[in-house]
Design a protein around this ligand. Structure first.
Ligand code: SF4
Length: 243
C-alpha cells in the first residue's frame, strides 16, 4: 500500500475510538469541492511513507491506539487495500474505512470477511445531482445504490455522510436523499469549509465550465433546519462539526 499521509492520533476520525489516520492516493471520482485534490490527481507528487515504517509505528502504539482509519483519495482504488487491512487486523487493531461507494464488491468482501469495523460512505447528493456532485458526465449510480444497500443490510457499524454546500444541496435534494436512505443507522451532515484549494481549481477550463467551480456553505441554523427535516422524514440525521 502506498501511504501518502499519516495522522498519528485522532479522536475525530474513528467514532468512539482513539485512532491514527492513513491517507491513500487516487480516486475514481472528481468531486469539484474535494479538498484533497493533490492526493486525488497527483499523489505521486506527495511524500510516501513506506509500509514497513507504518507497521513499525503501529506495532509500537499497540497499547495506546485502538484503531486505524483509512481515508483518501479513495482507498478502494488501491489494489492492495485488502492485504493492507488484513495486516492491520492481524496486529489487533480496529479498522474504519472511508469510501465513496463506487466499489460495492470490495465493501461486500470486507464485510463478509469481518475486515472492517466501521464504514463511512459519502452520499454526494440526490441521485439526480450525483454526477454533477462527483464531477463526472457519466456515473454508474447502480454501484453507489448497491453499496448503500450492502451497508444498510450489513451487521457492521456504518454511517452515511454528506458535505453540504449551497451549490449542490437544497431542501429538494435532502427530501430525495431521505427517501433513498431512510432507516439507515446514522447520517451526518458536515458543512463545506470554504477553501481555494479545491479540486475544481486544479482542473482545466472545460471542467470548470461543466461543473460548479466555487462553493459556499450554509449557516449553522440553516443546516439545523435540513437536519430536522431529515429526521422528520425517517432519517437518523446529525450535524457534525457544528455547535
Ligand atoms: S471528495 Fe470526491 S474526489 Fe475527493 S477523495 Fe472523496 S470521492 Fe474522491
Amino acid at each position: 500500500m502506498v501511504i501518502h499521509g499519516l495522522n498519528k492520533t485522532t479522536l475525530l476520525d474513528f467514532p468512539g475510538h482513539l485512532a491514527c489516520t492513513v491517507f491513500t492516493g487516487y480516486c475514481n471520482l472528481r468531486c469539484p469541492f474535494c479538498q484533497n485534490g493533490e492526493l486525488v490527481l497527483c499523489p505521486e507528487s506527495q511524500p510516501a511513507i513506506p509500509e514497513e515504517e507504518f507497521f513499525d509505528f503501529l506495532d509500537k502504539r499497540k497499547k495506546r491506539l485502538e484503531g486505524v482509519a483509512i481515508t483518501g483519495g479513495e482507498p478502494t482504488v488501491s489494489p492492495d487495500l485488502v492485504d493492507f487491512i488484513k495486516k492491520i487486523k492481524d496486529l489487533g487493531f480496529l479498522v474504519k474505512l472511508d469510501s465513496n461507494g463506487l466499489r460495492p464488491d470490495i465493501l461486500k468482501y470486507l464485510i463478509d470477511n469481518s475486515l472492517v469495523d466501521y464504514f463511512a460512505m459519502d452520499i454526494k447528493s440526490s441521485k439526480e445531482k450525483y454526477p454533477v456532485a462527483c464531477g463526472l458526465n457519466q456515473l454508474n449510480l447502480s454501484a453507489i445504490e448497491e453499496s448503500v444497500k450492502i451497508l444498510m443490510n450489513s451487521p457492521v457499524e456504518y454511517e452515511f455522510r454528506t458535505t453540504v454546500s449551497r451549490e449542490l444541496h437544497t431542501e429538494k435534494e435532502f427530501r430525495e436523499i431521505a427517501e433513498w436512505i431512510k432507516g439507515c443507522s446514522n447520517y451526518y451532515l458536515q458543512s463545506y469549509r470554504p477553501s481555494d484549494a479545491i479540486l475544481a481549481n486544479m482542473m482545466d477550463d472545460d471542467f470548470r465550465n461543466s461543473f460548479p467551480a466555487s462553493f459556499t456553505s450554509y449557516k449553522p441554523e440553516e443546516l439545523k433546519v435540513f437536519c430536522e427535516l431529515l429526521n422528520s422524514l425517517g432519517v437518523n440525521a446529525h450535524l457534525r462539526g457544528i455547535a
